[in-house]
Ligand binder design. Structure first.
Ligand SMILES: [Fe+2]
Ligand SMILES: [Fe+2]
Length: 136
């Protein structure tokens, strides 16, 4: 069972961004499911690493697109991304040091809250500017 369901309410209307956000939801759900179904540690580790790497890739892409349109709040947006990646690395290190379901689930729960808030509050703020910059 997914920990975070995609809903059209999360859509920005910018297809490539929505696609990446949707992929982040999927990566998070795969990691959560791997833990919930008692998968081997290697599989959980792989899912967790994929989730973190995909999130970092999305951030880089989003920031490059915001830079391309001279988005005024880019540095604040970058700081939010950087802080999240730092926190996620701490969760990942904790899981690698002690690979328990509790550690993996702490990361999953933390990310659910963060992703929902970030998409709905911070990402939403650039939508008009990105659309005006003809990003698709
Ligand atoms: Fe963002
Ligand atoms: Fe985003």
């Amino acid at each position: 069972m997914p920990i975070l369901d995609w809903d059209e309410w999360y859509e920005t209307g910018i297809l490539s961004i929505d696609h990446q956000h949707h992929c982040m939801f999927d990566a998070l759900n795969r990691m959560y499911d791997a833990v919930a179904s008692g998968e081997r540690e290697a599989k959980v580790r792989w899912a967790l690493d994929f989730l973190v790497d995909y999130t970092a890739t999305h951030f880089r892409d989003e920031e490059a697109r915001l830079a391309a349109i001279d988005y005024p709040a880019l540095s604040e947006h970058q700081s939010e991304h950087a802080k999240l990646l730092e926190q996620v690395q701490e969760f990942r290190a904790a899981y690698h040091a002690e690979p328990t379901a509790a550690h993996a689930n702490q990361l999953a729960n933390f990310l659910v809250e963060w992703i929902v808030r970030h998409i709905n509050e911070t990402d939403r703020q650039y939508v008009a500017a990105m659309k005006a910059g003809r990003a698709t």
